[in-house]
Design a protein around this ligand. Sequence first.
Ligand code: XMP
Length: 335
Amino acid sequence: DWNMPDYISEAVEKIRAQVGSDEVILGLSGGVDSSVAAALIHRAIGDQLTCVFVDHGLLRKDEGKMVMDMFSKNLGVKVLRIDASDQFMGHLAGVNDPEQKRKIIGREFVEVFQEQAKQLTAARWLAQGTIYPDVIESAGKGKKGQTIKSHHNVGGLPETLNLKLLEPLRELFKDEVRKLGVALGLPHDMVYRHPFPGPGLGVRILGEVKREFADLLREADAIFIEELRKTPFEVPHVPGIDAGKAPTNWYEATSQAFAVFLPVKSVGVMGDGRTYEYVVALRAVQTLDFMTAQWAHLPHELLGKVSNRIINEVRGINRVVYDISGKPPATIEWE
Ligand code: XMP
């Protein structure tokens, strides 16, 4: 009952009416939401859109190249790639608190944008891939009255940032955002990638963020994702049910899966030697709306293979654990 072509024309008209001939800048994070927002806005206003892709040093393995290929090469979107990893790492040094880290990453994003905006003198709008669940969660209050988790892409832009906010996905749920992305011509695999939080690996490295930790986590995470994609998902045959849309591998059979870096050292043994290295936790969940989630019952063989590969291939990790907590009471991310 959701008519996609109509929805797109309406959304396009709305964006055109809203921004007129103004220039728009958008922060591309590598995630599904900002990518779909970019594609939709590009459809509406073409070269009036400039994307700023901030590499904060907290992206997944090979993510930067992938984003540039998809948008710049394939879609002809104007994208500026900014390597700001030194700046982000510098400000995150010594900071342990999750909300503090989110605030710093959010603040640095705004700063990087501001710098770009100054150069793009015609820019009047800042576009963001905020979706409906972000709006709800940021407004939600925990038991003690505090915000459960702040999302750096919602609200709180400083007055000094002389840009108006353009958020064309604000009313959409994740599945609608994905359908929209496909309809706009984004590659299926990209659109059906698991969501990735704005603060990136910054909230998947518990406590203080260090470049060394990010490098280890990137490798471990890439191995986990690769094995999930490679491992077939056996759909039980149900007569009369169309299996055509069923997931074919464990990546598709999970809603979000990733590795988490635990800055804890434990003892291991490798060859003749004793090791004393860090721990990685694997997290994989199934959910429809990301408000509640179940931990995924991944096959033990798959978990075993991922664990072996991480411990053998990632020097610095000697122990892998699997997270079997549901949401609630745990959240999907560890921070
Ligand atoms: P939680 O951990 O709250 O995550 O169960 C729910 C969904 O939100 C994503 N998430 C974030 N996305 N900025 C984002 O853009 C954030 O700070 C943030 N924190 C969590 C998370 O990856 C999951 O999809």
